[in-house]
Design a protein. Sequence first.
Length: 371
Amino acid sequence: MRVTLERSNLLKSLNHVQRVVERRNTIPILSNVLLKADDGTLTLKATDLDIEVTETTPASIEQTGATTVSAHMLYDIVRKLPDGSEVMMSVSDDNGLTLISGRSQFRLQMLPESDFPDLTAGEFSHTFRMACTDFKALIDRTQFAISTEETRYYLNGIYFHAVEDEGEMMMRAVATDGHRLAQAQTTAPDGSDGMPGIIVPRKAVAEIQKLLEEPDASVTIELSDTKIRFTVNQVVMTSKLIDGTFPDYNRVIPAANDKELLLDRSTFAAAVDRVSTISSDRGRAVKLSLTDGQLVLSVNNPDSGSAEEEIAVGYSADPLDIGFNSRYLLDITNQLSADETTFMLADPGSPTLIREKGEPGALYVLMPMRV
């Protein structure tokens, strides 16, 4: 193999693929990136056996071939080369890859291409395209609620499914960790009808989120019962799905909450942030005391003191004292974009429903805390 290409193109491709490679591996080949030079392009592939990322980049091919080298080491070398430089990589017979750029020369250990695993995807039953911005919005609004508790593995991802809402088919994303629930939806794209409900794992969610940064691009999504494949421009990412059943989330979305609280999102978030400075890392509880037209936020920490702040709100129901985890409150308000936010409350022990004005498909459910 002998290939020459722009350092910027190689760095961009390596940046995409090396992120899935774990720093510590018991299987040496999983620390490597597969380099394959053929037909005017260099193809790079990396995997952790759950996710596989492939990207092609233009290159001048003097001799076709393939090999594997350490993904993180190659990325670090290319990252430190000067801007605008060219990189030449060649494989010699003594089982080493030589990388030359300007006056710099490196020799890297290789492992044979034949050892590199292939995450065979099988047949995909559904294929559809979406604007990157639309799919990224579904992830951005729900990702924070993904559970990190490994024992409830079926909550360690985002649940995507097609659902009919007021006569229109929607693509809906839901995530929950048992303390809070986030739901977002957008118009279902052509080809998604009848798609299976799938749970995309947390790591795959984080990786695809980074690939969706280009505002004018589209993402092609292919689904099977066990895998999902995303294609954005020259990048292809395949991931295993979580093999489990997502719980019936509709059962935890309250429908009978009758106490309506209207507030300004930014004013409320700033007040929560200020008073929670006093709260302990373990507790993080903030108390909301509601009376007619007024909300008092308070935190009492025996170890450090207390804090209280009053803001004007739209509230005319019976007085209510309820507590929430301040970090969870801020996580939710950070997802909202409209100025006006609605809290639908019931009592101090029941879940609260949070919506923003102008976003009927997005909702959040938050469990209260004892205060």
